[in-house]
Design a protein around this ligand. Structure first.
Ligand SMILES: Cc1ncc(C[n+]2csc(CCOP(=O)(O)OP(=O)(O)O)c2C)c(N)n1
Length: 116
């Protein structure tokens, strides 16, 4: 959990980058839910990291005003674990599609669970 709580609106967690997902894409709902959750938790954008892999969901960090990494296909979970290990004070979130996190990255998901 972040060390400094802030009072921001969900919109404050959005960047100015134009969102190029197709109309009706489910990622719009995920982006809205995520920014809403960040606002409710009072997360400091500078202590929040969104990690993504490849695919449409991979673009998520570009659309958010938090720290972020757009990593390799299926490898966002080990990236996120490394970030969290390096600085446990950060709130680290992974966004990914089914190809990214299940098809290619499910082994990392299981390992993350085993390491808690
Ligand atoms: C190692 C590797 N294999 C294949 C690709 C090609 N590739 C790019 S996007 C994609 C599928 C993305 O689907 P998903 O992970 O479900 O993400 P979504 O677009 O649904 O968010 C693939 C296979 C790649 N970039 N890297």
């Amino acid at each position: 959990m972040a060390t400094v709580k802030v009072t921001l609106s969900p919109q404050d967690y959005r960047s100015k980058v134009w969102v190029d997902w197709c109309p009706g894409c489910g990622n719009f709902g995920i982006l809205a839910a995520e920014t809403q959750a960040f606002a409710e938790l009072g997360l400091n954008p500078r202590e929040t990291v969104v990690v993504s892999g490849i695919g449409c969901s991979g673009k998520t960090p570009h659309f958010m005003n938090v720290e972020g990494v757009h990593t390799l296909h299926g490898r966002s979970i080990p990236y996120a674990m490394g970030i969290k290990l390096a600085n446990p004070n950060l709130t680290v979130v992974v966004n990914g599609g089914d190809g990214d996190l299940l098809g290619i990255g499910v082994g990392h998901f299981v390992s993350a669970g085993r390491y808690n």
